[in-house]
Design a protein around this ligand. Structure first.
Ligand SMILES: [Zn+2]
Length: 441
């Protein structure tokens, strides 16, 4: 009874009806996100929050509001499959101890600022693969309710791993600070029973996806970066429990053995995938596992190393593995591994996400391949390919536009001129539109 009442209280507001106002966009060219060739002089018709027609021979209905983007290239809203919104940005102040020195509410408010920067950059959907104190879930709910602007968020809640591992927020601290052993809210779950409970806890508090640390990481003080952390047995238990609750699993993994174990265990995506070999990419192809390469994270880590802004043990780990990023990406691309765009925003400043397209092209993708990775492929990784990721009839009207032709110069995607999310214009002529009170109670 109480559970039923809570559910009723938490039910989302009804979606804008399909009988809403009609808007027509005149596009100089449309790149629809499916990999199809661009269509010149196309028209997109939107009713309420959805696309109802798109193409070169679409007539504009009488009474429609017309948005003239005929000088621009129009694309689906971008999707970043690896961000950390409600977290302090790496290199900014005492980022390592933000979870101890900043109030949970403070981190969530910071997340709201990051969410706005992300939307301004044309990213209308993100997968947040872990924010402390469930800040990403709070932010998702606030954005869905219309309290603050931001992308659609697919949230992991708290990311977790082994005691002393990359996900352990108390790693490097003296014992006893918490008054109890670190648990799942601090990013720790050990053993088959422990990880099953951790998955259930995340889902209980609203996680859309489960994020684990399969191996060590760069930005943690004490663990060895390439080492496998979860056993394959633990990861199988995580995947089985998550799938039973209709959730997918994203695994942070740098080292080769940990990557292979995670793939065999059935995770949906390998995050970073820094040290791949031919067996690892063959396994990923065989299992249909996604790679989210986070090229910007490696780039930024080396910037911070050179600027002397990382503690020595972390700088040493970055120096050891970042040089492998590019060759692993090329290996995966050649082998035909499914690749979705993800940037690790939070490692660098939020809002620069589209630079990942540029790095993907620099490291071997065609511009069209990188656009697919950051639109329909990323939507498919999230399991949201019927809702977002392409300019297709029936999908949410999540639309961006840029000056110039991104197929000739991919860096045009780093300067988004127009952003619409769910049929509502958020940015036009490079300017963010005024705020709306529509969702504020
Ligand atoms: Zn990350």
């Amino acid at each position: 009874m109480i559970a039923a009442l809570l559910l009723a209280l938490q039910a989302p507001a009804p979606a804008a009806s399909d009988t809403g106002a009609v808007t027509a966009i005149r596009a100089g060219a449309v790149i629809d996100g499916t990999g199809a060739a661009p269509v010149k002089n196309a028209v997109i018709i939107i009713r309420g929050e959805r696309i109802i027609a798109v193409g070169a021979n679409v007539a504009i209905p009488a009474g429609a509001t017309v948005i003239d983007l005929s000088a621009l290239t129009v694309l689906p809203g971008f999707i970043d499959a690896h961000v950390h919104l409600a977290s302090r940005t790496l290199g900014d102040g005492d980022w390592q101890h933000a979870g101890l020195t900043m109030l949970p509410a403070e981190l969530a408010l910071l997340g709201a600022a990051h969410a706005q920067q992300t939307l301004e950059a044309g990213f209308t959907t993100v997968r947040d693969v872990g924010s402390a104190h469930f800040g990403d879930i709070a932010l998702r709910n606030a954005i869905n309710a219309g309290w603050v602007p931001g992308p659609r968020i697919f949230a992991a809640g708290v990311l977790f791993g082994i005691t002393g591992g990359h996900c352990d927020e108390t790693d490097g601290l003296v014992p006893g600070l918490l008054g109890h052993e670190a648990g799942v809210e601090e990013g720790v779950a050990d053993g088959v029973d422990g990880v099953r409970a951790a998955v259930r806890t995340m889902v209980k508090y609203g996680a859309d996806v489960i994020k684990i640390c399969a191996t060590g990481g760069v930005l943690s003080l004490t663990d060895s970066v390439g080492a496998q952390q979860y056993s394959e047995e633990e990861m199988r238990a995580i995947v089985e429990t998550a799938h039973g609750l209709s959730r997918r699993v994203a695994a942070h993994a740098h080292g080769t053995e940990g990557i292979k174990a995670a793939v065999r265990a059935g995770v949906t995506s390998i995050e970073h995938g820094t040290i791949l070999d031919s067996e690892a990419v063959a396994l990923m192809v065989q299992h249909g596992t996604w790679l989210v390469p986070t090229l910007m994270a490696g780039d930024q880590a080396m910037h911070l190393v050179e600027a002397g802004r990382l503690p020595p043990p972390i700088a040493a780990k970055a120096r050891a593995i970042v040089p492998r990023v590019q060759s692993s990406f090329r290996l995966a691309l050649r082998a035909g591994v499914k690749i979705a765009l993800g940037t690790d925003a939070g490692v660098y400043q939020h809002g620069r996400n589209a630079h990942e397209f540029t790095l993907m092209v620099r490291y071997g993708m065609t511009p069209m391949q990188s656009i697919e990775a950051g639109t329909l492929s990323a939507a498919t990784l999230l399991g949201r390919e019927t809702e977002v990721g392409s300019l297709t009839t029936g999908k949410f009207a999540d639309i961006v536009a840029v000056k110039g032709d991104p197929l000739q110069d991919i860096t045009t995607l780093e300067h988004v001129d127009f952003v619409m999310k769910g049929g509502a214009v958020f940015k036009r002529d490079g300017q963010v539109m005024g705020r709306s009170d529509a969702g504020v109670p």
